[in-house]
Design a protein around this ligand. Structure first.
Ligand SMILES: Cc1cc2nc3c(=O)[nH]c(=O)nc-3n(C[C@H](O)[C@H](O)[C@H](O)COP(=O)(O)O)c2cc1C
Length: 260
């Protein structure tokens, strides 16, 4: 089975989320022959879509921009499973990964006709007959992954078809990089490994394993206190400094760039 990992974290190899992805792959390898390839998008040249629609008219199925997206798209085509591994940024995917997703426009047909429910939702059917499955692996800073990932779910429901992808979301993600939480995090990574094994065997992750993955690592009040303290900034002094900044900004004639 060919698995393509698209590492969308600007941290590259130091990504918290990549630890989850590696554990998932380790689990998959327990149950299947798995060949992996990783694309680290922070190191690649990925231009933004120009919105020219050439890929739908003048150069059907091909983007006019000659950058690394061509190679990545070919690798997606050759995969059985594509894993998007990314941190949650402002309740969405990081911008460079968003650019890569937008650059997939050449892979769908220009017409709406042929897309399921197009008279209700719009959308475009795939241009090519591709069989790869999509897995989303992500970590975020807050604990309630339920609400935090609503926008991601809505986006991929439209892209892949309702629920036609596998998700693996973890809150309190910064703990993956902290020595203090090592024991709890290794236990959680083991559960993620179990998820990988289940996925390779059955194509899905069981509800029990999903529930364990998305459960809190620490009680919310404890985690919030740890996270707030973790910045090494005194919260009261911070608030005072903030108020002073706002006072300065509000003073007539004071330019913001003289303050920041
Ligand atoms: C610009 C920025 C935006 C973020 N937005 C969110 C957010 O909306 N919700 C959240 O829970 N965490 C947010 N985070 C925290 C990251 O999702 C979290 O630190 C994640 O574990 C980083 O993963 P990585 O090491 O794989 O990049 C944000 C971090 C940054 C730098």
């Amino acid at each position: 089975m060919k698995v393509l990992i698209i590492n969308g974290s600007p941290r590259g190899e130091r990504s918290n989320t990549l630890q989850m992805t590696k554990a998932f792959i380790d689990g998959m390898k327990k149950a299947a022959e798995v060949e992996t390839e990783t694309v680290t998008i922070k190191d690649l040249n990925i231009e933004s879509c120009r919105g020219c629609f050439s890929c739908w008219s003048r150069t059907p199925g091909r983007c006019v921009i000659n950058d690394d997206v061509r190679e990545i798209t070919l690798r997606i085509f050759a995969s059985d499973v594509v894993i998007y591994s990314f941190p949650l940024f402002y309740y969405s995917v990081p911008s460079k990964l968003k650019a890569l997703i937008e650059r997939q426009l050449p892979t769908v047909a220009p017409f709406m006709k042929g897309q399921k429910n197009y008279l209700v939702n719009g959308g475009h059917p795939p241009r090519f007959d591709l069989k790869y499955k999509t897995v989303l692996i992500s970590s975020c800073g807050f604990y309630p992954t339920e609400k935090s990932y609503d926008a991601i779910r809505a986006q991929f429901d439209m892209i892949c078809g309702d629920g036609n992808y596998t998700e693996l979301f973890l809150g309190e993600g910064e703990l993956l990089a902290k020595q203090i939480a090592r024991r709890r995090c290794s236990a959680r990574l083991q559960v993620i490994e179990q998820a990988g094994e289940e996925y390779a065997k059955t194509g899905v992750i069981s509800a029990e394993t999903q529930a364990l993955i998305s459960s809190n690592l620490y009680p919310p009040d404890m985690y919030a206190a740890m996270a707030d303290e973790g910045w090494g900034v005194d919260i009261e002094a911070f608030r005072e400094a903030d108020k002073a900044t706002v006072r300065e900004v509000l003073k007539l004639g004071k330019k913001i760039d003289t303050i920041y």
